[in-house]
Design a protein around this ligand. Structure first.
Ligand code: F0G
Length: 456
């Protein structure tokens, strides 16, 4: 029997339908930077799954009734009940979004010169480690390097490399191990409970704090239920609780798996660390019972955390991604295998072999998807991850030339995704017609948000 989402659509928002000449003009005006294309010129927006999910009637009802008291509001207590029931951490601090939670935790926990080890740091996570003078070092498992491998947990950390680093000459400098679930920077692949358990054991042995970046904790839990032996009879909520229980704490953006437009939290076991984070939070985000969030955000999160763990919802969401992956494959485009849940990662390097890395095949495919179909997504290749010299020439390419096509939660129907697959198929029929790009201007920090490019 096919799965279907456990909701019906009651409120909709019209999307812009544009012509190709209009899109050509919009993209040229944006200097071929997707972040500068106005949303009212985008038909299907697959730039991110963050803050873009459709909220439920129950979330909006709770939001309407929210309590905006500065201290100790009813909405804060509902938020705490929802988060505490999930994580079991004694200390929870709300923050306005994931990167604020990262900044507060890392700047409190880490000292300059220390190292953060991860399966893969997400980009803001890396930035928040580096900004305080620390090193963010990724240790993805070896299977992650084979994009076609169907191994079920390619988001895992390399346990041998973790052990070697902790017992090697850099071991004393490691300030934390951070596991990103699911591994967004690593193809949206899940992390197994076996891997998380081994990381916990290794960290304990070496006396290093172990944290989760739990932005997609529910989708990771669902993939554990589906793929990891011994978990098929567990509910996703049970698996998520077990994952949180393994760690010393977490940072979590709530814009993904709380299906909320805004929100995040820091969860901690250590009282002293929590006290120091709280000081930082109050000085920079807001009082400990709202942390930069309005009452309505706290309410949407509390309700969203319940909805996201509904197995019918997760089954339908996984099926949607799997179905989309099948359509993309039929369109003649390879993806990072196996498909995860929150996004597909298109293998642009393979589709556009005539475009060398320094002409950015991933970006070229993203631009073509926009020009041909008004579809917005983002490159994850040499443009974003490569190293450049001062004249904006690519010096070191990224290992892969990918495009991330993210799936907003509850937002688009199968027909929208069929349309995306049709547009991809039309591009894949004549891939040699897709032009490359060159960088015209790039700022030294947060380069990819502010790039200016030109068509070759
Ligand atoms: N950690 C992960 C794994 C993320 O994917 C993100 C955001 C963050 C932290 C930061 O959270 O946006 O609430 O500040 N990811 C978005 C994305 C932006 O498109 O993947 P935030």
């Amino acid at each position: 029997m096919r799965s279907f989402p456990p909701y019906r659509i009651q409120v909709v928002r019209e999307i812009p339908i544009t012509t190709r000449p209009e899109r050509e003009r919009a993209l040229e005006l944006a200097a071929y930077n997707m972040f500068d294309v106005p949303a009212n010129m985008v038909t299907i927006d697959l730039l991110t799954d963050s803050g873009t999910g459709a909220v439920s009637a129950a979330q909006e009802a709770a939001a309407t009734a929210a309590d905006r008291s500065y201290a100790g509001s009813d909405s804060y207590h509902r938020f705490r009940a929802a988060v505490d029931g999930l994580t079991g951490y004694p200390h929870t601090l709300p923050a306005h979004q994931g990167r604020a939670a990262e900044r507060i935790l890392f700047s409190t926990l880490l000292k300059p010169g220390q190292i953060s080890l991860s399966n893969t740091h997400f980009d803001t996570t890396r930035a928040n480690v580096e900004i305080i003078g620390c090193e963010a070092r990724d240790l993805p498992c070896p299977e992650a390097a084979d994009l076609d491998s169907l191994k079920p947990f390619k988001g895992n950390i390399d346990l041998d490399a973790l052990e070697k680093t902790l017992s090697g000459p850099d071991g004393d400098r490691v300030g934390m191990v951070l596991m990103t679930i699911t591994n967004n920077g690593g193809g949206g692949q899940p992390v197994s409970m076996a891997n998380l358990t081994a990381v916990r054991d290794t960290c304990r042995r070496h006396g290093v704090p172990f944290f989760l970046d739990a932005a997609r904790f529910a989708e990771n839990a669902w993939l554990v239920v589906q793929r990891e032996p011994g978990y098929q009879h567990h509910s996703p909520a049970e698996v998520a609780r077990r994952a949180f229980a393994l760690a010393d704490g977490c940072v979590a953006s709530l814009k993904k798996d709380a299906i909320s437009p805004m929100g995040a939290f820091i969860g901690l076991r250590d009282q002293e660390l929590a006290r120091r984070c709280e000081v930082n939070l109050i000085a920079t985000e807001g009082f400990r019972t709202y942390g930069g969030l309005a009452g309505h955000d706290l309410e949407r999160v509390a309700q969203g955390l319940d909805e996201v763990l509904n197995p019918h919802y997760l089954r339908a969401r996984e099926a949607e991604a799997a179905d989309f992956a099948r359509m993309v494959g039929e369109a003649g485009v390879d993806i990072v295998q196996p498909p995860g849940i929150h996004a597909l990662y298109l293998n642009a390097g393979r589709l556009l072999p005539h475009i060398p890395p320094h002409r950015f095949p991933g970006h070229a495919l993203a631009c073509e998807l926009y020009l041909a179909g008004g579809i917005r997504c983002v490159e994850l290749g040499s443009l974003y991850l490569g190293e450049f010299d001062a004249a904006h020439n690519l010096v070191t390419p990224a290992p892969f030339e990918l495009v991330r096509v993210a799936l907003p939660r509850r937002g688009y129907t199968k027909a929208h995704l069929e349309y995306v697959a049709d547009v991809l198929a039309s591009i894949a029929k004549n891939p040699e017609q897709v032009p490359g790009y060159r960088v015209v201007d790039a700022p030294p920090v947060l380069r990819h948000f502010n790039l200016r490019l030109a068509k070759i």
